[in-house]
Structure formats: structure tokens, C-alpha cells
Write a protein that binds this ligand. Structure first.
Ligand code: NAD
Length: 469
């Protein structure tokens, strides 16, 4: 029998849930073992997700901004794109960030173990080739993996998931993106900016299902100019390899060519929790029918001493939610009075324009028959948006009709992802729309649109006519 290594806290998975949890636990004085199949911490988000995709989106935005500059009298020549250079940019970013994390883990004296961990009982994890770790407590933070239905599961170098898309092996003349969600739109935007003719196929009746339609509209309009085609209410039901490319079967009323051929296909139809093959049953950790580990408000699983956080523990599958939950789990383990009580989780889609929202959406309010007041401030009234030549944006507040408390905020427009932070603070601090209206905002900034949206609730917005009485 291999030696058993004793540890106070084993953290399984070193993504944006696991590594901050491990760091915090070490800072609190625990002996921590951080286990991950990758050689360095960072998980999907840093290695092949949030961070590299933002690096290539930056490149894409430079290209589209340069093209759009013609509107304000500046014309650039045809850009020369060195795809190796674009790839090199994200690889350098990932190299630096994950290297820094490795050093931070070392400085905290965290035992970083490379390998796949598996429970063999409720107190022990086995890491293939590395040994057995007996823990006092454990946090499962194994994240998620792309979910690919059998109909789209074609083993072909032309069919990519988001990780494959980031490799930027080439800029295909025609790219099909299956799924008009976060990944489909972000990576579709990148390839379109680089020069591919991109077709996006979305099964539901709109891009970004779940997001309020008025926020999606300006993005949809702009993407209609950037993408070759956007098909809604259309399903991709089959992928077949042919010598010319992938023949795709499309099921939808508006589709003229039901079997087009594409040089490459990106499948981005969602992710599933990474909970298989972890030996959860051996540890007594229950998961639901979709594979999400069941947790309570302290992020405790059904097994004593085992906690779960991040994508594997439930939706929304967003990195910042994982980080937040990791902090809760570590505080609970340390005996502190912590519970998950976040009032909202911000969501950001990093297309151009960006779409960001938090708290109650209008769609959710309608669905649950909840009475709300809704105010909108179109960016056509924002001086700052005009200077940027980006007036298509919109800022929207969802407010409690009795107390005027801010319940939700949605923003579409350049930089919406940064602006949502103020909205999050307003919701967490139980601010009212009047608080937002009475807070001085720097001029000229896009953040003024939050203030003016709030002011319009009281008929006080300078750049918007009061509603007729
Ligand atoms: P998603 O759930 O955002 O979108 C998938 C889309 O595919 C849906 O709109 C769905 O209706 C559609 N679809 C499913 N099957 C289809 C078919 N056969 N034909 C046509 N359309 C089909 O999933 P995603 O884009 O794969 O992203 C996965 C998750 O990763 C997201 O839910 C999000 O949590 C996370 N993510 C977040 C960010 C961010 O925060 N900016 C970026 C990328 C990914």
C-alpha cells in the first residue's frame, strides 16, 4: 500500500474556485494540498477559458475599432494578421498568470499535486501516480466540461470546442458556430473579426437566451453586420465529414440551404458539471440528475467534511461565483459564521458591445408575476457614448415599486462589463434608485447612464424627457 499523506484541507481542482480557496485556507494557517490535472493552477478559466478568450477578444476589438474608425474620418489600410502573433499574445498572458499563481501557491507552502484525484472513501483522495491523501476537510472544485450531445459529437479536426477554437489553427473561410450563447458569440466575434464568414445557429428564438431582449437587441443588430448569417429557432441536428468540409444539417423554417458545408464548426451548446469519475459515491457525496453536486448554503455536501463550490456545485457556471463560494467554504471550515448570501451574481458577455446584467431581470419578474418598476436610459442621450461613436447602448434598472430599491440592472454597450460593478454594489448595499440618482457621477462617463436611468424614475433625468403624466 502506498504511503498516506495527511493534510488538513484537500482542494480538488485549481480553477478560480479551488485556487483562491486553497490560498485563503493557507493564509488562515491550514496545511493545504491543492490537486489538479494541470501542471499549474488556473483551471479552465485561466488556461483555456475566460482569460485567453479575453486576450483574443481584445485583438478582435482592435480590428473592428480600426474598421469603424472610418466613421470619424480615420481610415486604416487592410490589416495584416499574423495568427501566430495573436495566439502568442494569449499564450504569454496565460504563461505569466499561471506562473504567478504557481509561485503564490509555493510562497504559501501549499502542496500542489499534479494529477487526477479520486475519492476512495469519505476521508481519502487518491491521485494516480502520486499517492493517497487523507484529509480533515475537502473542497471539490472540479468545474465543468463542454456538453456535447451525441448528434454533434463528430471526431474531426474540423469540429472544435472552445479550447480548440482558441488554438487559432487557421482562419477558416466559413465557420459555423452551433449555439448563440456566451461562447458562441464571443468566439464567433473573434473569428469574424479575423476574417471568417461566420454563421451562428441558435435553437431558441433569440441570442443569449435568458438575457432580457431589449439588452440583446443592440448586440444582435451589430452582430448582424459582423456575422454572415444568424439563424434563430434553428437546430443543428447532424454533422458529417466530407472531403470539402463538414456537412451540417439545419432544422429551421428560415433556412434556405438545409445542408451547407463549412471548413470548420465550433460547437458551443453549454457545459456540464465535471462530477463523473470522481468517486463521489465512495465518499457519500450526492449529486442531482444533471450531475451537479448538492450543497447547502454553507457549501456542505451530503458527506461530512466535504464541500463543493463553483460549476460542479450548480449554476450559474461563472468563475466569480466559484471564487465567492470558495471563500464561504473555507470560512465555514475555519469555524467562522459564513453562509452564501450573495444578493446577485453578475453576468458579462464580452462581445462588442458587451452585455452585462445582475440581480432580477425583467424576464424573471414577468415570469413570476412580480410587480416592478422599470426605467431605461438609452445611450443616445449620453455625451460620452457620442464621443465614442457608440450610442447603441442601453442602461436599465429594475426597481421595487414600493421601496424603490434596486433589484436588478442590465446594461448593453461598450464597457458594460466594468459598469456592472456599481450596480452590484447598489444591490448588495440595498441602495434605492434615489441613492443612485443622488450620487454624483463623473462627467463625461458612461457610468452617468446609471445615474440618469435612476433619475428618470423621478422625472429628473437631464438628457431624457420626463414621462408624460
Ligand atoms: P450557453 O448555455 O451560454 O449557450 C448554448 C446555446 O446553444 C444556447 O443558447 C442553446 O439554446 C444553444 N443550442 C443548444 N443546442 C443547440 C443545437 N443543437 N443547435 C443550435 N443551438 C443549440 O453555453 P456556452 O456558450 O457553451 O457556454 C457555456 C457556459 O460557459 C456558459 O453558460 C457560461 O456559464 C460559461 N461562459 C461564460 C462566459 C462569460 O462569463 N463571459 C464566457 C464563456 C462561457
Amino acid at each position: 500500500m502506498a504511503d498516506v499523506i495527511e493534510t488538513q484541507l484537500a482542494v480538488l481542482g485549481a480553477g478560480p474556485g479551488g485556487y483562491p480557496a486553497a490560498f485563503l485556507a493557507a493564509d488562515k494557517g491550514m496545511k493545504v494540498t491543492l490537486i489538479d490535472a494541470r501542471e499549474r493552477p488556473g483551471g479552465t478559466c485561466l488556461h483555456v477559458g475566460c482569460i485567453p478568450s479575453k486576450a483574443v477578444l481584445h485583438a478582435a476589438k482592435l480590428l473592428t475599432d480600426a474598421r469603424d474608425a472610418a466613421h470619424i474620418g480615420i481610415t486604416f489600410g487592410q490589416p495584416k494578421i499574423d495568427i501566430n502573433g495573436v495566439r502568442g499574445h494569449w499564450q504569454r498572458v496565460v504563461e505569466t498568470l499561471t506562473g504567478n499563481l504557481g509561485r503564490l501557491a509555493q510562497a504559501r507552502k501549499i502542496d500542489y499535486v499534479t494529477g487526477r484525484g479520486k475519492f476512495i472513501d469519505g476521508r481519502t483522495i487518491e491521485v494516480a501516480g502520486r499517492g493517497r491523501y487523507r484529509f480533515e476537510n475537502c473542497i471539490v472544485a472540479t468545474g465543468s466540461v463542454p456538453a456535447v450531445p451525441p448528434s454533434l459529437n463528430l471526431a474531426s479536426p474540423r469540429v472544435m470546442d472552445s479550447t480548440g477554437a482558441l488554438k487559432l489553427e487557421d482562419v477558416p473561410p466559413h465557420l459555423l458556430v452551433v449555439g448563440g450563447g456566451y461562447i458562441g458569440l464571443e468566439m464567433g466575434y473573434v473569428y469574424a473579426a479575423l476574417g471568417s464568414k461566420v454563421t451562428v445557429v441558435e435553437m431558441t428564438d433569440g441570442l443569449l437566451p435568458g438575457c432580457d431582449r431589449d439588452l440583446v437587441l443592440p448586440l444582435h443588430k451589430r452582430l448582424s453586420n459582423i456575422f454572415d448569417k444568424i439563424y434563430l429557432k434553428t437546430k443543428v441536428s447532424r454533422l458529417e465529414e466530407t472531403p470539402q468540409g463538414i456537412r451540417v444539417t439545419l432544422e429551421g423554417e428560415d433556412v434556405a440551404d438545409k445542408q451547407p458545408i463549412f471548413e470548420r464548426v465550433l460547437v458551443a451548446v453549454g457545459r456540464r458539471p465535471n462530477s463523473r469519475d470522481l468517486g463521489l459515491d465512495k465518499a457519500g457525496v450526492a449529486s442531482d440528475e444533471r450531475g451537479f453536486i448538492q450543497v447547502d448554503e454553507r457549501r456542505r455536501t451530503t458527506a461530512e467534511r466535504i464541500y463543493a463550490i463553483g460549476d460542479v456545485a450548480g449554476e450559474p457556471m461563472l468563475a466569480h461565483k466559484a471564487t465567492y463560494e470558495g471563500k464561504i467554504a473555507v470560512e465555514v471550515i475555519a469555524g467562522e459564521p459564513a453562509v452564501y448570501d450573495a444578493r446577485a451574481v453578475p453576468a458579462v458577455v464580452f462581445t462588442d458591445p458587451e452585455v452585462a446584467w445582475c440581480g432580477l431581470t425583467e424576464t424573471e419578474a414577468q415570469r413570476s408575476n412580480r410587480e416592478i418598476k422599470r426605467v431605461r436610459f438609452p445611450w443616445a442621450g449620453s455625451g460620452r457614448a457620442m464621443t465614442l461613436d457608440r450610442t447603441e447602448g442601453l442602461t436599465k434598472l429594475i426597481v421595487d415599486p414600493e421601496t424603490d430599491r434596486v433589484l436588478g440592472v442590465g446594461i448593453v454597450g461598450a464597457g458594460a462589463g466594468e459598469m456592472i460593478a456599481e450596480a452590484m454594489l447598489a444591490i448588495e448595499m440595498a441602495a434605492s434608485a434615489r441613492d443612485l440618482a443622488m450620487t454624483m457621477h463623473a462627467h463625461p462617463t458612461l457610468s452617468e447612464t446609471l445615474m440618469e436611468a435612476a433619475e428618470s424614475l423621478y422625472g429628473l433625468a437631464v438628457h431624457q424627457m420626463p414621462a408624460k403624466k
